[in-house]
Design a protein around this ligand. Structure first.
Ligand code: 4NP
Length: 183
């Protein structure tokens, strides 16, 4: 009995600030409809990770705060724009659910409205702590949010892809450089 207690204490002490070192990061991108920004971010991060030989260290998914497009493929305009850059978007839209706070390490939102909706779903402080804004990973673009291209022309989709490529690289560098990530 005593030996068991000692073992538990030793394991607790070995965790940096109570966190378990990560071998794999589980990332969920969130936008409104899950048919433009977040499925594009999902495909871009996956492609960057593959290019850097670390795709086995990432699990990536996306979801929307609005469920009206559930089951749909990404918007055809985004699929065409993304395919010109080599990304095939095959994700099927789904709405974010409370269980996502347990399934993912980071939940990365595109704008303030997403942030509000996702924050209200978090059921504890640990969940709130998992929510990040995509804009904070962008390095070339000084933006306060990733704009919604849904009501825009083709230029809007190109711009969003530019921003997402920049921010996804920033995010990947952040994850790989994280003290929690086991090399
Ligand atoms: P997303 O874009 O949030 O980047 O997927 C939108 C998609 C659909 C709608 C709005 C934004 N909509 O109103 O249906």
């Amino acid at each position: 009995m005593m030996a068991d207690n000692l073992k538990d204490m030793t394991m607790d002490c070995a965790k940096p600030e109570g966190r378990v070192p990560q071998k794999e990061w589980r990332i969920l991108f969130v936008c409104l409809g899950n048919i433009c920004r977040s499925p594009a971010a999902e495909a871009i991060l996956r492609a960057l990770a593959e290019r850097q030989g670390v795709s086995h260290r990432l699990m990536v998914d996306s979801a929307g705060t609005y469920g009206g497009h559930s089951g749909d493929l990404p918007d055809p305009r985004m699929r065409v724009a993304a395919s010109h850059r080599g990304y095939q978007l095959t994700h099927r839209a789904r709405q974010i659910r409370p269980a996502d706070f347990d399934r993912f390490d980071r939940i990365i939102v595109m704008d303030d409205a997403n942030y509000e909706r996702v924050s209200r779903m978090a059921y504890d402080l640990e969940g709130l702590d998992k929510i990040y804004r995509m804009r904070d990973f962008a390095r070339k673009y000084e933006i306060s949010y990733v704009p919604d291209p849904y009501y825009e022309g083709a230029d809007g989709f190109e711009y969003v892809l530019d921003v997402l490529e920049d921010a996804c690289q920033g995010l990947l560098d952040d994850l790989l450089g994280s003290a929690d990530f086991v090399k």
